[in-house]
Design a protein around this ligand. Sequence first.
Ligand code: CP
Ligand code: NVA
Length: 308
Amino acid sequence: MNNFLTIIDTPAEILREMLQRAIDLRRRPYPGLLLGKTLCCLFEKPSLRTRVSFEQAMRRLGGSVMSMSSNEIGIGGRESPEDIAHVLSSMVDAIMARVLDHETLNRMARTSAVPLINGLSDYAHPPQALADALTLIDEFCPGSADGLRGRAVAFVGDGNNVARSLAEICGKLGMRFIMCAPEGFELPPDWIDAATRRIPGLEVSSVSDPVEAVLHADAICCDTFVSMGQEHERAQRLEAFRRYQINQELVSQAPAHAIVLHCLPASRGIEITDEVMDGPRSRIFQQARNRLDAQMGLLAALLAPRPW
Ligand code: CP
Ligand code: NVA
């Protein structure tokens, strides 16, 4: 089954195909590509970009889409993840789910007869990583992922779902990944070891000093310090991440060509300042817009008839 649950489980050639299709579809729209196909989107957490980009991508490619919140379907409450996926996949051509617990996706994958896409879990955010890679391509090597090889991406902040998927796509596309987090919030060392074994090109360095992290970086990436579901840890997290804000002083330590990315939504003034977010190095809103192209590439790679 062609699921898209994590970047690490997606072969590099498929990721490249998704990115190439995103680039091609952006240049040359193909409104009939997914004619007759239906995507069902399930949400256990709020979303702006993920929901709108998947819905709009399906429409742009001629398919249809429906979205439901967990209030309506009660994943794991009213019905088990296995039964939901079994029933849904007898009616639609693909399922996208944003879930609280990644295990819910693993359970859905056991019974889904159609491609299952992770629209963010506590563990990973693969469609975001695809849009991040597309934004790096746009900046450094327009038209093809090949030129990304050898670039360095610094992630300053929490070793969370977004950081993990970004690290994985960096490895798959030949970029170095620098993880910069305070103690206790790093990407787990055993995960780094396992990922390095599975992704031959993955090179992760872990540092705790934000200046050291950005010094040779081509891109500085960040995310909220308090992910959805961690609201009860807010005070402790804000204290731990006090030195990890992306501000002008930090950005001025990076090479002159370095760009700034944030997956959004942002807490302006907390993990990133207005000055950086709205400044000349920011590609954040282009990155958000790229969710649409990336999702078109992803859906085309999973659902379009071959050859196309
Ligand atoms: N970046 C991202 O996934 O945004 P949403 O939570 O709004 O979907
Ligand atoms: N790490 C964040 C990403 C939001 C798109 C979260 O999980 O809430």
